[in-house]
Design a protein. Structure first.
Length: 198
């Protein structure tokens, strides 16, 4: 496999990075996810953090974040996802997933490892270095917690970093760090609040 440059991928990082643009959804008056680009001294790296409140309990949101089949259904870029390793031990999840995407005619395949702790509301992921990947590096974390004063609602904070062998121009950087993250978090909210239906 040939690693793809950031310019070739036109906004692609890794699905768990929340950078895959999905099919547009209807406009609502709900507050949008708040996304900000995090500073980095590396011109080849993208870093961002997104936050959203969801009217669903932490357990429901957790299940929504790890529902990879729904991500395939809601994104025009994802061709398939294959779980190649999965272990549940009490509140802990270990999962390996292979993602196959088609981004404007460019096929991108990569594998990620997930470590989740349901009792802490955390899901961490990183590129699986034991597999052949079309992207250079990446990692991220979801932290899901109850909204203070409202145990029936959750707050999701998602942070990620991805490195490329290419400098990332300002406009492309903003697209990668804001639009993709915002869309993914808002789709997680929609699915969690509507019983898995986006």
């Amino acid at each position: 496999m040939t690693r793809r440059t950031m310019a070739q991928l036109l906004g692609f990082a890794a699905v768990p990075l929340a950078l895959v643009a999905a099919t547009p959804t209807r406009t609502t008056t709900r507050p949008r996810a708040v996304v900000r680009e995090l500073s980095t001294t590396n011109a080849h790296e993208l870093r961002a953090e997104g936050t959203i409140e969801i009217h669903a309990p932490v357990e429901t949101v957790w299940d929504t974040v790890i529902d990879f089949d729904a991500r395939v259904d809601e994104s025009w870029m994802i061709q398939s996802v294959t779980i190649y390793d999965e272990q549940h031990t009490g509140a802990h999840l270990h999962r390996g997933a292979r993602w196959d995407l088609n981004i404007l005619g460019v096929r991108v395949i990569y594998s990620t490892r997930y470590v989740g702790d349901r009792s802490q509301g955390t899901i961490r992921w990183m590129l699986d270095g034991t597999k052949e990947n079309d992207i250079e590096s990446g990692s991220g974390e979801y932290v899901i917690s109850p909204v203070p004063g409202d145990p029936t609602s959750s707050r999701v904070v998602y942070t990620f970093a991805i490195a490329s062998d290419q400098d990332v121009a300002g406009a492309l950087r903003r697209r990668l760090t804001t639009k993709g993250v915002r869309r993914t978090l808002e789709q997680i909210r929609t699915r969690a609040e509507h019983g898995g239906q986006a």
